[in-house]
Design a protein around this ligand. Sequence first.
Ligand code: AVJ
Length: 325
Amino acid sequence: MSALPAISSSSEERSFAEDVLLGLSQDPKSLPCKYFYDARGSQLFDAITELEEYYPTRTEAVIMREHAAAMAAAIGPDALIIELGSGSSIKTRLLLDQLERPAAYVPVDISAEHLERSAAAIAEDYPGLEVLPVAADFTRGFDLPEPTREARRRVVYFPGSTIGNFSEPEAVELLTAVSQMVAPDSRRQLAPGGLLLGFDLVKDAGVLERAYDDSQGVTAQFNLNLLARINAELEGSFDLEHFEHRAVWAPGPQRIEISIRSLRDQVVRAAGKQFRLREGEEILTEYSHKYTRDSIRAYTKRAGLNRARIWADGRDYFGVGLFEP
Ligand code: AVJ
């Protein structure tokens, strides 16, 4: 067994109620974006990926379609593929289609039910591939199952620019934990492994803001759904009519900052406590950091992944890089 250590900032085993009470008691108020993904939130995110304005998902899939063969050649045969995320997307298949004799595929996802479904689908589509699902919040660390067939190296696949949800120190912590997991290991005859990482590139602020504040208001529903979830699960009293979605490009920290803004002075209840919100006050709900080739390489180098090979789409909107020790 080989563990991916937890990153310090991840909420220990704090419950939804504890995270909500903690976040709404802070100034500025905030709520962890991982709570977006209840059943309704996951449906809304799937709808977001189809939106014209939301380019990341389809752009990353184009990169995988065009370059997965080169990525697979660089990864080589008999690799153990560990995906941070359940692998329910086409991108995973585009990679698995090209890999030579992968030793096994280990999808890691916080939602056991979602994981079960997508792991079964992959196992069905790739009958010769050992699929070893791990239900875990990867920021809390997890143990790696042993594949039946010896792997030559370990490669972590982390698509979707989900790395963007982490602040710089958290991202470097996570990348460092990944770097340790894919490090060479003479006892197991493991050669140095790698990280195949999807990351969104810095671009025109208007393109970025439209991707997170679409004209149909689907992202607004996705964001405000978090309040509906608090109402449903924590006896919340949020009236969604009195809040609005905000998504703004912050050029300094190079991120989209998503928040829920109160449209009036109001007092709300959640998880048994009352909270005052002033008119205009914002509850931060998500950061989505954007990178340049230089900035993402600075992060991965700090994590001990010094070599990089980067593929991008024709508009240089999105990047996928193979980062190796
Ligand atoms: C799933 C975290 C990659 O940051 O683009 C999409 C989530 N938030 N629209 C992103 C998201 C608003 C998405 N990630």
